[in-house]
Design a binder for this molecule. Sequence first.
Ligand SMILES: Nc1ncnc2c1ncn2[C@@H]1O[C@H](COP(=O)(O)OP(=O)(O)OP(=O)(O)O)[C@@H](O)[C@H]1O
Ligand SMILES: [Mg+2]
Length: 607
Amino acid sequence: MKYFRKILRFAAPYRRYGILNIFFNILYALFSALSFVALIPMLEVLFQQTEPIAQKPVYTGIGQLESYVKESLYYELGAVAGEDKMQALVWVISLVLVLFLLKNFFNYLAMYYITFLRNGVLKDLRNAIYDKIVGLPVSFYSEKRKGDVIARITSDVLEIQHSFLSILELIVREPLTILFTILAMFFISVKLTLFVFIFIPLAGIIISRIGKSLKRHSDRVQREQGAFLSIVEETLGGLRVIKAFNAEKRFSRSFSDSTGRFFRFSNSLLNRQNLASPVGEFLGILVIGILLWFGGKMVLVEGSLNAASFIAYMGLSYNILTPAKAISKASYGVKKGNAAAERVLEVLETESTLPDPSDGKELSGFQSSLRLENVSFRYEDEPVLKDFSLELPKGQTIALVGQSGSGKSTIANLVTRFYDVNEGRITVDGTDIRQVTKASLRHLMGLVTQDSILFNDSVMNNILLGREGASPEEVEEAARIANAHEFIMQLPRGYDTNIGDGGNKLSGGQKQRLSIARAVLKNPPIMILDEATSALDTESERLVQDALEKMMKGRTSLVIAHRLSTIQSADRIVVMQQGQIVEQGTHRELLDRGGVYQRLVEMQQLA
Ligand SMILES: Nc1ncnc2c1ncn2[C@@H]1O[C@H](COP(=O)(O)OP(=O)(O)OP(=O)(O)O)[C@@H](O)[C@H]1O
Ligand SMILES: [Mg+2]
């Protein structure tokens, strides 16, 4: 119930619909009971038990309510139908029909309004998870599988819809129907109704037994769903490698293992759940059987109940059966939905490990320098940076070089605050970046990542991500600086060409130049460039290099370079080894020194 309440909080904006639903449900429940009571006069007419009443009856108090209502009805009936039995029958039948019609009409209205609430909660829930997913730090996803997150936003939310939110439909209607029906049953016979009541708690106990283990079962099913979605996600991402290494069998085996488990788990869940309905129905009919025996005795032996009332009474008790069944099914729903809600809320309630400061201070611009001061950092246990200090003064280009795994990309991750340092601090103009909002920090920075990250959209929109609302001319200008304009014009639809999933329709060098164009369009004061390692042919290498040089001109840049030719004109080159600086200086100075840098240059020239 805890999770249910939390999910219900999402219903607050739709309260209005909830109130309308309750209102129409009250009417529905009332007419639902009345429509069965109205069977009595019809049956009495049929069984010729009615005596035409000549005098208008008078109301003598609540105790005589039943006979007063009945007599008034027969009096009116006599007035319109006279002695004509057939006509009286038509009248009472019409009464029954009208009552049933009203009952169903109000039922529809009640469901009509609750639909908006239900789907509204669903929409807001999905939006909230999506915002959370975007808001959580990237480190969250190195631990969680992407497929698991996808499962939570899709199938878990759907499960909540099916279980929790379908309960909303019943939550008011069914108890009210039961209440009104029981009132009507008391109205017909107090003795019989009290007798029935002995059996109701008994049935309740049996049904709740079955529901007990449903949450555990359901949790297993949902988790497995996350597992196989993860496999699908990875398969789609790595399809080329899977095919190239003939690994289809292996992946398909682990997928079918997962679906196999899903098959078993969901079979046992569904079968348990399916028990609910037959058990409920049988229990219901059992009660009715006992009722027939006890009530039949009252009619036949004692004569304390007339046959017409008894038949209507049977109708009423059947009227309880449907909502009772619905409630017992709903209670399974809550148990099942709990597992899904727990998984959804787990994401929603994850606190970001990189919170913005509470005062929400913003960086307004970049004046003097970006500094890393005695920074130590580790992703997990292994330290990646050790007591690392670096200054990036405004207007300069600093280049980071060093062997693979030495921690270069990590520095880009830290200054953009994708991760927080473990020790030391990073400052912009003397302000610790943890004391300002992430948005204002990132506003100052343009990032070209090591693996060009592009989206399945047009060239234009991919570049526009740099600055929303830029004009087509500005986009073209950025593309020219990035040496991308020419190849874009050769694409079938120019800037409107869709570049495929992750930019798959482009070559490696083209992708890089697009992501450079995107950063150029943003035109930030600080440029952070993690050059791609992928080997390019000389022509595209020259194009990319030229693009980088144009982009760095007149800006403050931190360039992580693999091709040393790119950075010969940098103001300072910092050589890293295992998370520490081993050398720094200009290209010339470092060459003269004849250390690590010189060896790196020689190696590349040989290659
Ligand atoms: N998300 C991560 N979780 C855990 N460890 C990581 C993560 N990213 C990187 N590492 C580790 O941190 C170390 C430094 O990685 P980093 O990406 O900074 O290297 P790099 O200098 O950019 O290398 P390259 O030249 O190959 O791009 C590596 O040993 C790597 O295994
Ligand atoms: Mg790297």
